[in-house]
Design a protein around this ligand. Structure first.
Ligand SMILES: [Zn+2]
Length: 275
């Protein structure tokens, strides 16, 4: 009898631990995440050397987004769990962004989040500036520092990092005439100190870690870098993985944990009847 009780206790404890692990896993599975694609230059003169994408490649990616039933969003937009949303982000503020990318997005009725470097805006002619303002109307701008400089507390004082981010933000807000609340770390380089400072200034902070945007999370957000060699299949898999609650492996795990619980309670009932 004592042996049976000890055995029961051991099994119940294991089952409780398994159930708790499953609940914790389910919490991460149901955490709403949005895929974020990170592009750099897109131009007809793309070569393997400049690592730019050909416009045709962007066209195919936009087509894939449509085929998969996704639509674009900005950080801060109201979203409902399980909505098929994607963020298209473009770093470095190069001329092709308003000459090639924005017109393409406008035609396909998609919106992009463009992280501009202030120096790049300053270098434009007045007609290019006018074009940028005109084509970026449906899109959103984010900060990417004044001179495309990686900010670390080992190389910059906290005050210098704060000044850099604030002046970059105010500079772009002055040009685009609306509040800017997104920031992308240059080359994805940051440390705990610089991340804390950025998070104190911007609502949405992006790295280049292979991860997602978590709309209900105040932490750093990841992205998938699109290289010229990145395939549509890889992008498709990244987008699908943003919905882990739809994957077969999760249903298999649910079935397994239910089966174990039922088996244990079945055993318990049998033992009680036998006693
Ligand atoms: Zn950059």
């Amino acid at each position: 009898m004592i042996k049976i009780i000890a055995c029961h206790k051991k099994y119940s404890l294991t089952l409780i631990i398994l159930n708790l692990l499953f609940l914790y896993h389910s919490y991460s599975i149901f955490k709403f995440r949005v895929p974020v694609l990170l592009f750099h230059e897109v131009k007809p003169t793309a070569t393997p050397q400049n690592q730019a994408l050909l416009p045709k490649k962007l066209y195919n990616i936009l087509k894939l987004i449509d085929e998969k039933g996704y639509s674009t969003m900005f950080p801060g937009d109201t979203v409902v769990f399980d909505e098929k949303k994607v963020i298209l982000s473009f770093d470095d503020g190069t001329r092709d962004h308003f000459e090639v990318v924005m017109p393409m997005l406008n035609i396909s009725k998609k919106q992009g989040l463009f992280f501009w470097v202030n120096q790049q805006v300053d270098a434009l002619t007045s007609s290019q500036k006018e074009k940028l303002l005109r084509f970026s109307k449906n899109h959103r701008i984010g900060v990417h520092t004044n001179k495309h400089e990686a900010l670390l507390t080992t190389t910059h004082s906290a005050k210098a990092i704060k000044n850099e981010l604030m002046s970059s933000k105010h500079g772009l807000e002055g040009f685009f005439k609306y509040p800017i609340n997104s920031f992308a770390f240059v080359k994805g380089i940051f440390d705990q100190g610089s991340a804390q400072i950025a998070q104190g200034i911007f609502d949405y902070n992006f790295t280049v870690e292979y991860d997602y945007f978590y709309p209900f999370d105040k932490g750093l957000h990841g992205r998938m870098i699109i290289f010229p060699e990145t395939t549509l299949d890889e992008i498709s898999r990244y987008m699908d993985s943003s919905r882990p609650h739809k994957e077969l492996s999760f249903y298999t795990l649910c079935f397994l944990i239910c089966f174990l619980n039922l088996m244990f309670f079945g055993l318990l009932v049998n033992k009680k009847e036998a006693a």
